[in-house]
Write a protein that binds this ligand. Sequence first.
Ligand SMILES: Nc1nc2c(ncn2[C@@H]2O[C@H](COP(=O)(O)OP(=O)(O)O)[C@@H](O)[C@H]2O)c(=O)[nH]1
Ligand SMILES: [Mg+2]
Length: 300
Amino acid sequence: MISFLKKTISGLSKTRSKLSTLFAKFSGKTILTDDDIEDLEEALLGADIGWELTDSIIKQLKVPDKAEITREDRFQQCIQEYLSDVHEVTELKRVILLVGINGTGKTTSAAKLGGYYSKSGKSVSLVAADTYRAAAVEQIRIWAERLNLHLTANDKSADPASVAYDGVASGIKKKMDKIIVDTSGRLHTSANLMKELEKIHRVVLKLTDESDVLITIDANTGQHGLQQAREFAKYIPITGVILTKMDGTARGGIAIQIMKELNLPVYFIGVGEQVDDLVPFDRESYINGLISSEKEMVND
Ligand SMILES: Nc1nc2c(ncn2[C@@H]2O[C@H](COP(=O)(O)OP(=O)(O)O)[C@@H](O)[C@H]2O)c(=O)[nH]1
Ligand SMILES: [Mg+2]
């Protein structure tokens, strides 16, 4: 748990950096000047927390400082309140289908998720349903070997739905606790590929209704990520998000918009390229990580 907390904090360091510097500059001031407010607005929008929340934070922080509650705390309270009607995450179901556009981190997240569940004592099977590139099967095979996870792949099949069906069927037969299906990247603008995704989902449903569909969103893409999720959801019922590459972006506030605007839970965040760099999303740690200094947090 401690290491998840630390990883959340360090994964958010780029997002936090500007905000923390700004709040440090404000400290000791009773009233924020117009310039301060402008800087604050820029930093909040730059972190991709969205207009609505930015407005409400600014309203809160414009009120003269009463010392009994710090601006950092008021900032965090605003976010808590903003998200109060958004449900916390539940346990993911047995079959996890990973979807999303190219390069957002599906294959890496499939492997990391496999590693995560395996570490917690669950039996895991990976399914290589990205049949478009030979390299894709190879990539997941290497991960499976490295992590000692069961893998179903079919080098000869070009039909991702049949690979997904066989993989999930075999995982169920082997009584695997978690069956994680990697799919190929696709743009929502390609109707054929989206229909294919519908089919992959349909065949999985024939085997079990114990399934979740997670979309991987690259945190760097900000608003585009929201749009991707909306478009994918027209074809396939997305049940949650893995927000990847948090480590490389100052736009980590996007998780808030995903939860609030899409009403989708963020299940995990990706904070690096290694297998341990996938952290279960914890709202409290996340909100703390947006503003508190690393030293404060680690001492907690
Ligand atoms: N820094 C960082 N890189 C990541 C993360 N997740 C994935 N990547 C990298 O992003 C690239 C694309 O990932 P991949 O899983 O192949 O994407 P896919 O096309 O969606 O399957 C790879 O180089 C990964 O190592 C993350 O959370 N942080
Ligand atoms: Mg891939």
